[in-house]
Design a binder for this molecule. Structure first.
Ligand code: AHG
Ligand code: MN
Ligand code: MN
Length: 333
């Protein structure tokens, strides 16, 4: 098979399929290049002094790791000057980051989780970057937080990079899901899988089971049925996996099916789940739907939720369609 690069793939999308604009192509290439840069920093580990804490907290009160801060800086710097963006928003910044006046302003807005799976950094387990692209509202002159508060179905592109045994970039522009592998010798992203589709049949689920005692009844019921295995109502055994990096868990599901859950629970009503809607759940939901799967918050499609706040959290059920539909139906009874 003749291998093509990310650049060639994007040029084809723009020229042959007219599914992306030249500006969006540039944006994706810049994000991909920033992910390559992050991948290099991640790979240095202790030799590059990138492990451990940054001794600071983000807006969600989480202690920042050095790599959270480094990755955020890399994405900000890479995306400021190209003229393709109006503003950016990040898990690691309380408010939005408008493009400085010295640079031209573009029509897109970029949101990212610069480093996903932070608890895995220091133990050398897969981590990643998640991003989402929206269009600035018509007539916007000065970007404000409210301009970002669009439902996920408005996304024009979304993707994630996984920094694992291989460095991968998984991307959708609303025309299926494609996977690129970083050639570490040449520095190019090479298309290695076209039109990824989530397998329909699944025997795997992912949830942090240490929270089981806090789960609401629909989640208790669904998980108990899976755990009952061949003797239970499902009639076969299921296997459980939890990497604690959403990127790595979602990537596994894209490759071999399954369901990923981070539900709301009975602990803190102001914290509905752990994951953030705009830069974790939305981009992953877009990718999963484009790969034939489904993503809900237990009640509705994640992509239909109109955000109220930049950093709002949302319960997440995503992956193989039948499983997501089943656990969602348990919330309705
Ligand atoms: P982040 O590192 O960006 O804060 O995200 C971590 C998220 C997600 O990647 C993962 O699925 C989940 O937190 C893990 O949560 P637990 O610590 O409860 O396992
Ligand atoms: Mn994250
Ligand atoms: Mn993060």
């Amino acid at each position: 098979m003749k291998r093509i690069s990310l650049t060639q793939h994007l040029v084809e999308e723009q020229r042959l399929h007219h599914s992306i604009t030249a500006e969006l192509r540039l944006l994706i290439e810049v994000v991909a290049s920033a992910c390559k840069h992050i991948s290099h920093s991640v790979g240095k580990g202790a030799l590059g002094d990138v492990l451990g804490t940054a001794h600071s907290e983000n807006v969600q009160g989480e202690v920042q790791k050095k790599l959270d801060v480094i990755s955020n800086e890399i994405l900000l710097e890479a995306n400021e000057w190209g003229g393709h963006l109006a503003a950016m928003a990040s898990e690691e910044m309380e408010t939005i980051h408008p493009i400085p006046h010295r640079y031209p302003m573009g029509e897109y807005m970029l949101l990212f989780d610069p480093l996903d799976g932070s608890s895995n950094i220091d133990v050398n387990v897969s981590i990643g970057t998640i991003f989402s692209v929206l269009k600035a509202p018509e007539g916007m002159t000065t970007p404000l937080e409210k301009d970002f508060l669009q439902a996920g179905c408005n996304q024009v592109a979304a993707g994630y990079a996984v920094y694992g045994p291989q460095t991968l970039l998984v991307l959708t522009t609303g025309n299926g899901v494609n996977c690129f592998t970083l050639n570490r010798e040449t520095g190019s992203w090479i298309l290695t899988e076209r039109h990824m589709m989530i397998p329909v049949e699944t025997k795997e689920f992912a949830i942090n089971a240490s929270n089981a005692r806090h789960w609401h009844p629909p989640v208790q019921r669904y998980i108990n049925e899976l755990l009952a295995g061949s003797e239970g109502p499902r009639g076969h055994n299921f296997n459980m996996r939890w990497i604690a990096s959403m990127v790595a868990d979602v990537h596994r599901i894209l490759c071999r099916g399954g369901i990923f859950m981070y539900p709301a629970d009975a602990r803190d009503p102001d914290k509905p789940g752990k994951l953030r809607l705009m830069y974790e759940a939305n981009p992953m939901a877009f990718i999963v739907e484009q790969a034939g799967g489904a993503a809900t918050n237990g009640n509705q499609r994640i992509l239909d939720i109109v955000p109220e706040k930049l950093h709002q959290r949302v319960p997440v059920f995503l992956g193989s369609k039948a499983e997501v539909e089943l656990v969602t139906s348990y919330h309705r009874v």
